[in-house]
Design a protein around this ligand. Structure first.
Ligand code: B1M
Length: 214
């Protein structure tokens, strides 16, 4: 791996925000492709942070500091990521479900969707089902995106889909779900229209769902 990406990876693990942003900029300046910077330098670092947490070397504060460095790096990478390539006009209401504060993955999915010309209404994190319902009523999107990173918050994806049904809105939108613990089988079980393991697959899924009648 290129030295600059190794340094970027380490900066995120160390939670060194300024070094992270400088390395992302330096990688862009040396014409490394945004997708490579993202996956090799950045996403892999968060996977390592998760491993360090699992083995008890990192605790919540360290995870948080790394997450902040990651987010700062993503902000620098954002213009290169969102250069629209595929035209697919559509509106997406997206959020991380109730009880869940993880937003890096959801933000990345939003950025990549934006890059594919989707209009994004981002409801943030810890979003209760009634807020999703209200946003669908207000914004009339074609797609609703639900993100969850905890096994304990995944059930709120099901509750949100139920709430859309109760509000009579389920037939008007396609629902896509994602997040590390979310499987295709789980997505089917809760009545979602699809799931994606990462942001680029999420874009492909969103485009394919746009082609289907609601
Ligand atoms: Co948390 N955390 N965390 N954490 N955290 C995980 C998720 C965990 C796997 C760590 C571990 O044990 N190895 C574990 C969950 C275990 C489980 O339930 N299965 C965990 C835990 C336990 C917790 C706490 C409970 C810890 C505690 O308090 N004891 C706590 C819960 C807080 C809460 O939410 N209520 C907690 C807190 C935090 C921080 C706040 C410190 C911080 C989040 C900061 C933030 O997001 N702003 C944090 C972090 C950083 C992580 C890890 C290390 C990294 C997550 C991340 O950003 N990954 C994570 C370990 C890991 O993932 N290996 C961990 C990078 C990101 C690019 O990937 O989010 O997977 P990801 O998103 C991907 C795909 O999943 C997919 O595309 C994205 C981009 O490619 N995707 C979608 C995501 N959403 C999608 C939606 C779609 C489609 C695809 O359609 C709509």
């Amino acid at each position: 791996m290129e030295k600059i990406l190794v340094e970027l990876h380490q900066a995120i693990i160390d939670g060194a925000r300024e070094i992270t942003t400088a390395k992302v900029q330096a990688a862009l300046d040396t014409d490394i492709e945004a997708g490579i910077i993202l996956n090799k330098g950045m996403v892999s670092a968060m996977t390592e942070v998760g491993r360090l947490f699992e083995v008890g070397e990192y605790f919540v504060p360290e995870m948080l500091i790394s997450a902040r460095a990651m987010q700062a790096g993503l902000n620098v990478l954002r213009p290169a990521l969102v250069q629209a390539e595929v035209k697919a006009a559509g509106k997406v209401v997206i959020g991380t479900v109730k009880g869940d504060l993880h937003d890096i993955g959801k933000n990345l999915v939003s950025m990549m969707l934006e890059g594919a010309s989707f209009e994004i209404i981002d409801l943030g994190t810890d979003v209760p089902s009634e807020i999703f319902v209200a946003a669908v009523q207000e914004h009339r999107p074609q797609l609703v995106g639900l993100s969850a990173m905890l096994s304990t918050t995944m059930p709120y994806m099901a509750s949100t889909i139920e709430a859309l049904k109760t509000a009579g809105l389920r037939e008007q939108v396609r629902v896509m779900v994602g997040g590390a613990p979310v499987t295709a089988a789980y997505a089917r079980e809760i009545g979602a229209d699809g799931s994606a393991p990462d942001a680029s697959q999420a874009v492909k899924l969103a485009i394919s769902l746009m082609g289907k009648d609601t």
